[in-house]
Design a protein around this ligand. Sequence first.
Ligand code: ARG
Length: 412
Amino acid sequence: MAEKIVLAYSGGLDTSVAAHWLRDQRGYEVYCLTIDLGNLGDLEGIRERGEQAGAAQVDIVDAKQDFLRYFVFPALQAGVVYEGRYPLATALGRPLIAKLLVDKAREVGATAVAHGCTGKGNDQVRLDIGVQTLAPDLTIVGTTREHSVSRDEALAYAAQHGISVRQSQESPYSTDENLWGRSVEAGVLEDPWVEPPADVFLWTKPLDETPARPAEVEIRFQEGIPVALDGVEMGPVDLVQRLSDLGGEHGIGRIDMVENRLVGIKSREIYEAPAAVILLEAHSALESLTLTKPQTRFKHLVAQEYADLVYNGLWFSSHHRDLSQYVVSTQRHVTGDVRVRLWHGNATVIGRRADRSLYSQALATYNKEGDLFDQSHAQGFIRLHGLQAQVQAQTQMLTEAGDLLKLAAPEG
Ligand code: ARG
């Protein structure tokens, strides 16, 4: 009896060819698993192509809710962005896909799982490690890594084996989409000097087509998780989709960057992540009211560490668990509302309030009336705060440099 394999199946040309190849060349009984993390197109077409490719079963799983709840919102609470810009949509989806591949493998009694990730990218790392950590007994087959075919070869293979391919749906780029964002690379984008052509963008309008008038949205957070828009409570999927549409309409969330992959390659990637950009901005505005300065500083360090481990495929690790416990603890009072103006590509916070805000107008005010801050305390505080710098300047720096004007440019 043939051994069973579960293939992470997108329904596109490459994984359809892979499904057929796993059966014909490697002798597996192939179970195609398509995981819907949002923005999955034509489900019937996917099922049909999987069957044409010879799959024993094509299963399509809606994992949108779990994706937001267990992957995206924890990342939002942590404030993770990779290398300062990328909200990690693709990276956050991979551990969930790995988990569902393993579940399916257990369900059907498969001995192996497969994916079509390139051998040059991060996604293979995330899927492999996900499967490796959850189910070390499963064999992992990287179909593209092991048997790379050109686009023309794949098309010829599909034609020869009766797998229908909708040419129009195959873009000239390599793309990945889920509710948190869209990633686009390859094609002309490989030259980092080349401006992204208009056809790269599907979710966000170019600035010259965005509405002349701004939109405003009020986002309610409960312990760091968005729960309502404009006073209307919403489930996670609707809320994120709504912000994605609204932000896209106003040209928000386009990111063009060269990033450092785990495997040592620099790559140019375009992202569209309107909901992520809006929510990260709003969430951080609410934290500015509810976290103290040291909490804010330390949480930034944690966020970088957290972003790296998500990017580098180490989701299922105790290090992650430990960091996330810290993050969740910081969110106890991140409850309140943020007003964001969406206009011409920008999501601008124009108002914020928290149920337990640390902001005190009575301390901050420049008006005499109601002022609770005693300015006479300032002088003594500053004396002590500056004491070490004062002593050092007089005893060491004046003798070293002579002229403190050039302190920051010693050789000049
Ligand atoms: N560079 C991003 C990451 O490593 C996205 C990878 C997938 N991109 C794509 N266009 N297929 O998370």
